[in-house]
Design a protein around this ligand. Structure first.
Ligand code: ZN
Length: 375
């Protein structure tokens, strides 16, 4: 027996989000239950001057598909015809009877809100935990007046388990970007927009990109604004971390600019393979080219203790007026490591050990003055 539907095209959620709503029809004698409808085939009706779309019962269809797969006999799927222009069902009576069980409205409400919140990740880029909080907020906002029991029921259908929902949110976030495993893949024309913005959107000003340069081993992130800061900085700081780095790279190298003598801003973030003078020369040359080889205003460039980087810097046009200084902490730390490695502290007579100690302390004093410290 076909149940008669009394409401057409009931939309359960706000149109503001711009997401597609689940189309439902309510059931006369069971006000809290409904059937859900999904698109069946493509649009038609041009010959009669209409824009029509067949919708079939979602639940009946899944039963139908399962039976067909097992080569079982099955009844035709109940369908309705939807008028796209008028945004309503042409007929409210199904052409065939349902063999599915109608679904509770709270289930649809929950699914709808879940789908909505997951769709928003594309714009918000929220973390799964934040998306879960927003889902709870949406449920309260939309159905709060219906009482605690209904809210809980909807929440249960929206996110049956917190980890399951977090996984779904992660899947959406992961689907937003193509998987890029090597820098060369970024050079592929299909992916080249990802050099412009994180989301791959094209900006009006094409100079406004965030991958400033790359070869197949290294990639420099920054922006035109940061290049300006770099040019006018009073001092610059260069440091890499080998411990925390992207997969496939040897280090994450960063250049900071001291701006207005007060603020230190990271102006370039560089993922690098290698730490030889040659590697640094490649990267620093690229940076010099970014500023048309104009010497930057900075007087001092501070390093930790990387001689390869310091040696590379000396030959780069944009750094020609910059004096390289090494960090006393790192230099002394390195010296101590060397002494210990050579067993000097143990075998040297007291006087020599004292001298070494004094010497390394002096190094600290020397480097903190504004004189040129040459390694
Ligand atoms: Zn059905």
């Amino acid at each position: 027996m076909a149940r008669r539907s009394i409401h057409q095209n009931v939309k359960l959620h706000s149109q503001r989000t711009g997401n597609k709503s689940i189309k439902i029809t309510l059931i006369e004698d069971q006000p809290e239950y409904c059937f859900t409808w999904s698109k069946y085939g493509s649009e038609y009706g041009k010959s009669v001057g209409k824009q029509l779309q067949k919708y079939c019962c979602t639940q009946c269809r899944s039963i139908y598909d399962k039976k067909k797969k097992n080569a079982e006999d099955t009844e035709p799927i109940p369908c309705l015809i939807f008028n796209v222009q008028d945004d309503r069902f042409e007929s409210e009576i199904e052409n065939h009877g349902h063999y599915c069980n109608p679904q509770h409205l709270n289930q649809i409400r929950g699914k709808e809100l879940r789908r909505n919140e997951l769709a928003k990740i594309k714009h918000t880029r929220d973390k799964p935990a934040a998306v879960h909080v927003k889902l709870a907020e949406s449920i309260t906002q939309r159905f709060g007046e219906r009482g605690e029991e209904v809210l809980l029921d909807i929440a249960q259908h929206a996110a049956p388990s917190k980890t399951g929902f977090a996984k779904a949110a992660t899947r959406v976030a992961n689907s937003l970007h193509p998987k890029i495993n090597t820098i060369s893949e970024l050079d592929d024309e299909r992916n080249s927009n990802l050099k412009l913005t994180v989301g791959g959107e094209v900006r009006q000003n094409l100079d406004e990109k965030y991958v400033l340069w790359n070869d197949e081993n290294n990639i420099i992130f920054g922006s035109p604004f940061f290049i300006t800061l770099f040019l006018m900085a009073v001092e610059i700081f260069l440091d890499g971390t080998f411990k925390y780095r992207a997969v496939g790279f040897d280090q994450c190298y960063r250049i900071f600019a001291l701006v207005n003598e007060t603020v230190v801003v990271p102006v370039f973030t560089i993922l690098m393979k290698g730490k030889s003078t040659e590697s640094y020369t490649n990267v620093f040359t690229a940076i010099s080219n970014l500023v048309n080889n104009v010497p930057i205003a900075a007087i001092y460039a501070h390093f930790d203790c990387e001689i390869a980087a310091v040696n590379a810097l000396r030959l780069i046009p944009c750094f020609q007026n910059v004096i390289a200084k090494m960090c006393t902490f790192h230099v002394r730390n390195n010296m101590h490591k060397r002494y210990q490695k050579l067993g000097l502290t143990a075998t040297f007579p007291d006087a020599v050990a004292k001298f070494i100690n004094k010497f390394s302390t002096r190094v600290g004093g020397k480097s903190s003055t504004h004189s040129n410290w040459s390694p």
